[in-house]
Design a protein. Structure first.
Length: 172
């Protein structure tokens, strides 16, 4: 149980948050003035017990982004970015909660074995590019044709997310 001065980090550790698990399993110490690896000193976070809740949250985020596109086409790059975020995060949460090997990468949805997302590479790249456009403001804008390519995969994405949510155990 974490009881250190970095309250927000301890809260993440104590709730078994996916970001805490990501830091715990994949962080590398680059520099420490006192040679202490603070994150390693915290030990492992508590077990991840919010898989169902988190997967539902990202599934709902996906559906909300789809609705937003229909209502406000002017925000479609933002909404495509949100769809990418929901895809990545539901896959990360699913892998942490339901498998032996959690996947925290940007492309986690493509690396969860038999449960990986199966959409066209072109559509996936457009969604990823939308995310980079929204978070970094870098890259060419999404054309109308590219939007249609990405949107053509929404039903497959919805079915995949529904399948993952259905397979998740209720939180511990």
């Amino acid at each position: 149980l974490c009881a250190r001065p970095n309250f927000w980090l301890c809260e993440l550790w104590n709730e078994g948050n996916p970001f805490a698990w990501h830091l715990s399993l994949e962080s590398k110490l680059v520099f420490s003035s006192n040679n202490e690896d603070y994150l390693k000193s915290l030990g492992f976070p508590r077990p991840y017990c919010n898989c169902f809740h988190d997967c539902m949250k990202f599934y709902t985020l996906f559906k909300d982004a789809q609705k937003s596109i229909a209502i406000r086409p002017s925000s479609r790059v933002f909404d495509l970015s949100t769809i990418f975020l929901s895809i990545r995060n539901i896959a990360t949460c699913y892998s942490l909660g339901m498998s032996e090997t959690p996947v925290f990468s940007r492309n986690s949805a493509l690396h969860i074995g038999e449960y990986s997302l199966n959409i066209t590479n072109e559509a996936y790249e457009i969604l990823l590019r939308s995310r980079i456009l929204c978070t970094r403001g870098y890259g060419p804008n999404i054309s109308d044709q590219e939007f249609r390519i990405a949107a053509s995969q929404f039903e497959k994405i919805n079915d995949w997310m529904a399948f993952l949510v259905k397979g998740v155990s209720i939180d511990c």
